[in-house]
Design a protein around this ligand. Structure first.
Ligand code: GLU
Length: 289
């Protein structure tokens, strides 16, 4: 790094919706290690916007598990820092301001279609493979061009979506996975920026925070590569510089299924209760990345 290049700023961005497992630990290890190797700063951001799945006890457990593993961060909800607060639930005014910018630029529209409507229109199964990614929103569901945009209510009661530039090819050079390409409107469609239960979407909150916190490299799981394309469109729409990206390979269980928080057997808590020590785990994580 040259003296004039910005200090490396990375982040860990766990959602407190379950206990952290080995897959998280491996991604976080990679994130922490890249920040350390670059002589940079690591930020911990608590992604607690999902009021339905969020539980306060998971926040404490998450911090405890990360400390137990030996992770240290220079900014975060427990240590403060220049970009506080570091809990997304306390950053709503920033997300709302971004929503208002997207609205004034005419880049979003309100949508009353349900997820079921979308899945039926594209002939996709309601559950199963890909159910955790947003289905491609059918173009025919968009309001016709020229439809006047209703104002944003103080409390949002409909889904708002970003209109993606149809057929534009987007790309980025991933630090781990190499060149990535996707076509807007085909590989992913108009996506949620704000939900009808008045919660900002993950995509919007993540971009607003990574930009505001000056993150220079986002290290996360490869399950979020498609989200990165959506987020690149948001960076452009909000006229913010995008960080670099490094997507770690996903960990699978012995049946080839992606590890998820429901895999309690591989939660850090369980491993710890079984007497596994960080000194044993860290080399395993390092060998996996
Ligand atoms: N909070 C997200 C998760 O736990 C990660 C988001 C990100 O790293 O961008 O899955």
């Amino acid at each position: 790094m040259t003296p004039s290049s910005p200090v490396y700023r990375g982040r860990l961005a766990p959602s407190p919706t379950g206990y952290l497992h080995l897959g998280h630990a491996r991604t976080f290890w990679a994130a922490a290690e890249r920040a350390r190797a670059a002589g940079g700063v690591l930020v911990l951001r608590n992604e607690d916007l999902d009021a339905v799945r969020f539980r306060l006890d998971f926040v404490a457990a998450m911090l405890e598990d990360l400390h137990w593993l030996g992770f240290r961060w220079q900014e975060g909800p427990d240590v403060g820092g220049p970009h506080a607060p570091y809990d997304q639930s306390r950053r709503r005014p920033l997300y709302r301001a971004a929503l208002e910018r997207l609205h004034s630029a005419g880049l979003i529209y309100p949508c009353t279609r349900s997820r079921r409507d979308v899945l039926e229109a594209i002939g996709a199964p309601h559950e199963g493979a890909g159910a955790d990614d947003e289905p491609v929103y059918p173009r025919e569901f968009r309001p016709p061009p020229g439809t006047p945009l209703p104002p944003l209510d103080a409390t949002i009661g409909v889904n708002w979506r970003l209109r993606v530039p149809d057929d534009e090819e987007l790309g980025f050079a991933d630090g781990c996975q190499g060149a990535q390409r996707a076509v807007a409107g085909r590989d992913f469609g108009d996506f949620l920026v704000w939900r009808k239960d008045d919660v900002p979407s993950y995509q919007l909150a993540c971009v607003v925070d990574d930009a505001a916190m000056g993150i220079t490299e986002v290290v996360r799981g490869a399950d979020l590569i498609k989200s990165t394309f959506r987020q690149l469109l948001l960076y452009r729409a909000l006229q913010a510089a995008a960080p670099r990206f490094y997507h770690c390979p996903l960990m699978c269980d012995d049946r080839g299924q992606r590890l998820a928080k429901r895999h309690d057997a591989l939660s850090l808590r369980t491993l710890r209760a079984q007497g596994v020590t960080p000194a044993e785990l860290i080399p395993r994580l390092a060998a996996m990345t």
